[in-house]
Ligand binder design. Structure first.
Ligand SMILES: Cc1cc2nc3c(=O)[nH]c(=O)nc-3n(C[C@H](O)[C@H](O)[C@H](O)COP(=O)(O)OP(=O)(O)OC[C@H]3O[C@@H](n4cnc5c(N)ncnc54)[C@H](O)[C@@H]3O)c2cc1C
Length: 260
């Protein structure tokens, strides 16, 4: 289903009932416990906004919100999942600890490396220009400008991704996330006050301040951070883990810098 006005709640808050909510006729209040109340006004930024819950959580100092899907990791695996889930009408939170979205691929991998490769192709083309009857000479390489070009390409891509996510109604959080509770250990009743009868068990994802950040940040609008303090808890029926990967040394053969 595409995003339409039908998905917006009747009260006009812009908070979209999840599919489960709609089926059970359960309106959810726009009350982010401990968070800036103005952040509940998300009506201008897309229809797939989360339900925010009253704070009958085990940790009353920690703000809570509820999303149909919480995606951990905003690399290609995570952001494509978040975009698709939002396209299907689900409320989606996308969490990454990095200062910019896009993960390894956009920030350090595919995109910057291809920017450099494009530049080296240009150098090669100029060097072989005479073979094609073109009189061109390579007078030098300005590595500072080459670096700026690479950064600009990355900046364009990461900002474009942030804009696309906001346009689709995905709420982005900057912070380090972890799944801290599932149905077995979640407090009763469920965070919205109902008895825990959902066929899909609720899970709690805690987001804490990323290294080097002053607070957990929420982005409803691209490039506009809302500081939320040291932590926020997200309740959800579905957690998607897309945290990327890290190299692992072979037993007995630790990585040795330039030596393998
Ligand atoms: C130099 C280089 C060049 C590459 N070139 C190509 C290419 O040309 N084509 C290609 O297909 N692939 C390429 N790759 C591989 C590509 O970058 C990866 O396959 C891709 O980024 C994997 O995506 P991902 O979403 O799984 O993980 P990642 O892109 O690594 O994203 C994971 C994200 O999760 C976040 N994260 C992890 N744990 C947490 C947590 N607990 N809380 C919050 N956030 C968390 C990280 O901050 C990160 O942003 C290249 C890689 C490198 C290094």
């Amino acid at each position: 289903m595409t995003q339409t006005d039908e998905q917006t709640d009747e009260a006009g808050t812009g908070v979209t009932p999840s599919r489960t909510d709609s089926a059970e006729g359960n309106p959810r209040g726009p009350i982010p416990t401990g968070a800036d109340p103005s952040s509940a006004d998300v009506s201008t930024s897309g229809p797939n906004r989360p339900a925010t819950n009253p704070g009958d959580d085990d940790d009353r100092d920690t703000a809570t919100e509820r999303y149909d899907v919480v995606v951990i990791g905003a690399g290609p695996g995570g952001y494509s999942t978040a975009l698709r889930a939002a396209e299907l009408g689900l409320s989606v939170a996308l969490v990454d600890e990095g200062a910019t979205l896009g993960g390894t691929c956009l920030n350090r991998g595919c995109i910057p490396s291809k920017a450099i490769i494009t530049a080296t192709h240009a150098i090669g083309t100029i060097r072989r220009a005479a073979e094609m009857g073109i009189d061109a000479t390579l007078n030098g390489i300005d590595f500072g400008r080459l670096r700026s070009y690479r950064l600009q390409v990355v900046d364009t891509m990461t900002k474009g991704l942030a804009g696309l996510l906001a346009h689709r109604g995905v709420t982005v959080f900057r912070g380090r996330a972890g799944v801290v509770a599932d149905a077995g250990s979640a407090p009763e009743p469920a965070p919205d006050g109902r008895p825990k009868t959902d066929p899909v068990p609720e899970r709690k994802v805690r987001i804490e301040r990323a290294a080097g950040a002053d607070a957990v940040e929420r982005f409803v609008r691209a490039g506009v951070p809302e500081p939320l303090g040291d932590a926020i808890d997200l309740w959800t029926g579905a957690v998607v883990l897309a945290p990327g990967s890290a190299p692992r040394p072979l037993p007995g053969s630790p990585f040795g810098g330039a030596l393998i």
